[in-house]
Design a protein around this ligand. Structure first.
Ligand code: 6R9
Length: 644
């Protein structure tokens, strides 16, 4: 697909759109000319107890300080619930679609408000107060949203751990933020299988002395062990609690949540988002990017364990009074047409998913899609990794019948919400391009030395100035925040991504330029997988790189050096795959393991990952300079024994 393949905005979408092309231009100009005035206005989209008078106070220099709306007072749950009661109390807030196609539920704003207030009082009764951390380890059930908003209501900071993570991953995330309460469920359901959440939690809690109580949601109803004095059934606690819970007044810069995400080094870091700026950003981007119109049904297929679930299943849609669909299952179960069946069943207007899902559905052909009407669909979205033009075109042509625009949304856990994306009624699309920044976002490309690059070019993607939804710090480690995001190119936020910009100013994200993998849209640090591997008693050393993978985008390729005396075998490979699954979770399972008697190291002992990436990708004729290696012969051995 050539760069200039433009798919123009459809007139019927520009009509009545929240933002059309002209408005897009004025907003973009205004947000730069007068950020204070622009964001003072946009801040009105959420509910304040005390509206802010101070708007922007941010610096990317020195100690890096980011403060938005800093004298405003609010509670996020009020924007998502209370203020809708009068106008849309009986409108459905959440449509829940179970893993089992015969189970679903609808929850109105009034019901959701009551459930949140009850759970808020229940966790208060357990001693949780403003500023305390609460870890959530839940399946995709309504209680996940209820628990998030209940934490927000009492001013507690939630930290959600994806239900697919292992006990070890859960315990390290609890330990890092010293949670006093864990909210989990007996079990989860996914694709017809059960996920042993409570059993995993029990295992994790053996090393988490700060956790005093566990609130357990009864979900599958199967028997699970309950520890006397510590574990409490959620439905019993909520039934006993009052349905009246005044929202805790929070400063705009008080924390709303922590979410752990992988970086290029060390343990996952606690990305901290605060209340005012994040809520404004969630509402602003959800409305603009999806051109959300009142009454529409909106479905984001992410899990609440990822940032996409936070911003675009819960906070953004609910702040905007939308009907948001929460799906417990997986896109290909019980049949490959499950998504389209759900679209027809609930008359979904906006559908937001990941390229990896699109690629795996595409492989099954058009028939399973064509079987369903999909006439309700109006806008399609993509997030999590670069979408290749072939998958883009299939999504556009087959799923959307060439009627629905595709919003390819680029953003990160750190950015809180979408930064670069077309707007359906305003920006012409190019298959494979995230297109243009949202009004108020100033991306730029820099070379390796940090010099700004002009015009059509390729480089490192940075953001020049703050936006309200930006993360504020790494929880308990501001130094790491500065180091990770502001030290590579001082004075600029570095995303870790590379991008190309074409002559029309459109951005084409090329992927991570650091040691972070993106496997099926899930972020993983190579360092985390390496440390899981070397924790195995037979492994001496490991180096992990990404390799191209048809469905997952990237696969996990591991070079493993065994301890002296250990024999390589297929059985040991299987054991290592199982080991990593157990240590981190199934999403980290290696796709390929290659035995490596030696690794290519520089004389100072640094592993040259560039070479390992080339070998994994089978691009061995372009290895580049290997003269600085301590022992260049290891490279030939690795090439000769490449796996796959
Ligand atoms: C929201 C989310 C962030 C990383 C990011 C980038 C990749 C996300 C993308 C995309 C190309 C897109 N990414 N959206 N790459 N086009 N539309 O995914 O957050 O889990 O923190 O991952 O995902 O590499 O840096 P997170």
């Amino acid at each position: 697909m050539p760069d200039d393949a433009l798919i123009a905005v459809k007139p019927e979408l520009a009509q009545g759109a929240r933002v059309d092309a002209a408005r897009h231009r004025t907003m973009t100009a205004e947000a730069i000319r007068d950020p204070e005035g622009f964001w003072r206005e946009e801040a009105k989209r959420i509910a304040w107890m005390t509206p802010p008078t101070k708007i922007k106070n941010t610096s990317f220099e020195g100690d890096v300080s980011i403060r938005w709306f800093e004298d405003g007072v609010l509670n996020a749950s009020v924007s998502c619930l209370d203020r809708h009661l009068e106008t849309r109390g009986d409108q459905v807030a959440i449509i829940w679609e179970g893993d089992d196609p015969n189970s679903d539920a609808k929850v109105t704003y009034r019901e959701l408000h009551e459930r949140v207030c009850r759970m808020a009082n229940a966790i208060k009764a357990l001693g949780v107060k403003k500023g305390d951390r609460v870890t959530l380890y839940l399946p995709m059930i309504v209680e996940a949203a209820v628990a998030m908003l209940a934490c927000a209501r009492v001013g507690a900071v939630h930290s959600i751990v994806f239900g697919g993570f292992s006990p070890d991953s859960l315990s390290s995330r609890i330990q890092d933020c010293d949670s006093t309460l864990l909210i989990t469920a007996d079990q989860g359901r996914r694709g017809g299988r059960t996920v042993p959440l409570k059993t995993n939690a029990d295992e994790a809690l053996k090393s988490c002395p700060t956790v005093k109580n566990v609130l357990v949601v009864r979900n599958t109803g199967n028997a699970v062990p309950m520890q006397e004095g510590r574990d409490i059934w959620c439905h019993e606690a909520c039934a006993a609690a009052s349905a009246d819970c005044p929202p805790e007044p929070m400063n705009a810069e008080d924390p709303l949540f922590i979410l752990y995400t992988s970086g290029s080094t060390g343990k996952p870091k606690g990305v901290l988002h605060t209340t005012g700026g994040y809520m404004v950003w969630a509402s602003y981007t959800h409305e603009l990017v999806f051109d959300y119109r009142p009454g529409e049904v909106y479905w984001c297929t992410a899990d609440v364990g990822w940032v996409t679930g936070h911003t675009y299943i819960v906070y953004g849609p609910l702040a905007n009074g939308a009907t948001t669909l929460m799906f417990e299952g997986v896109p290909n179960w019980p049949g490959i047409d499950r998504c389209w069946q759900v679209v027809d069943k609930h008359q979904v207007n906006i559908f937001y998913t990941a390229p990896t899902a699109i690629r795996s559905l595409m492989r099954e052909g058009e028939a399973p899609v064509r079987k369903w009407s999909r006439q309700s669909l109006r806008v399609l979205g993509s997030v999590g990794e670069p979408i290749n033009p072939e998958a883009w075109m299939w999504y556009y042509r087959v799923v959307g019948d060439e009627r629905c625009p595709i919003v390819d949304t680029w953003w990160q856990t750190e950015t809180g919400g979408i930064l670069i994306s077309p707007l359906p009624g305003a920006v012409d699309q190019k298959p494979g391009s995230a297109t243009l920044p949202l009004p108020g976002v100033q991306p730029a490309l820099v070379d390796g030395e940090g010099n700004l690059l002009e015009g059509a070019t390729e480089g490192n993607l940075v953001i020049l100035d703050s936006w309200p939804g930006q993360m504020r710090t790494v929880y308990k480690d501001h130094e790491r925040f500065i180091q990770t995001y502001f030290s590579t190119f001082p004075g600029k936020y570095f995303s870790g991504d590379g991008a190309r910009r074409d002559a029309d100013g459109y951005y084409w994200i090329t992927g991570r330029v650091d040691d972070v993998l993106n496997v099926s849209g899930h972020r993983m640090g190579t360092a985390e997988i390496e440390s899981a591997l070397v924790a195995h008693p037979k492994v001496a050393e490991a180096a992990v790189v990404g390799m191209p993978h048809e469905l997952k985008g990237q696969g996990i390729y591991c070079y493993v050096t065994l301890k002296t005396g250990e024999e390589p075998s297929d059985a040991l490979k299987k054991e290592l795959v199982a080991w990593v699954r157990k240590e981190i979770g199934p999403i980290a399972a290696p796709d390929a393991i290659q035995w490596a008697p030696g690794l290519p190291k520089t004389r100072s002992g640094k592993i040259m990952r560039r070479i390992l990436r080339k070998i994994a990708a089978n691009e061995t004729d372009s290895l580049g300079d290997t003269s600085t290696l301590a022992d260049p012969t290891v490279v030939q051995d690795l090439i000769g024994n490449r796996v796959g």
